[in-house]
Design a protein around this ligand. Sequence first.
Ligand SMILES: [Ca+2]
Length: 240
Amino acid sequence: MNNRFTTKTLAFAAAAGLAGSFAAASPGTASANADAYSFGYEINNRRVVPSSDFAAKVSVIGAAITYGQGGYDIPVTLRVEVGSGAYDLFGNASDASDGNLNDHSDARHLIMDETFVNGEDINLTATSWVSGNSGWERHLEVSTADNSAQVKVLRNGDAIPDIPAFDGQTSTEEFLGEYLDTATGTVDIADDQVIYLFELGNTDPSSSGADFQDLVVLITLGDSPEALEARDAADLALYD
Ligand SMILES: [Ca+2]
């Protein structure tokens, strides 16, 4: 289940804190559904920084990356860090086979079973792996704490990114279908949600191979795990 690790990630958080912070977008044109929940957070250097005690739901919306055109699907793993704790929610993130998310699965959703204290923040570290002489070897590792250009952050009301997918892969827009308002061309999520798009193949974000859907993750904040569960139940009822 939610294996807890203590890792080296404190260094990431400390380094990231040096740069400026960005206030959360105002609700603006949020949909009625988005307005139903308000839980403060801000994106500080691509980190989610909640403004009160919080719980989190992590949704892996999709993944698509191959070893070059027509090549094999390369493994992608995800580690979630909250404060000084690290959580492998979807298999062992240090094991390319056990923790692989690039498997054409439907979206995976997991509510973390803890309430975290105000002041801690959420970082995501995504890793791509390639086959090497001694098995799977780390290719690229991208952390939201590093303020890397290989991560894009989407919040409610942001413009839908227009990035063609590499080699006929599922595009960001296709992955995010239910979280987009195509009529307005904007992201349609709640104000306490944030979407991360990872590029895990290219270190040049302007490369044609940089399609920013190598891993697509949605974070939803709430007051407690129970509140997030209740919200899921309400959403299910709403869309029956
Ligand atoms: Ca891709």
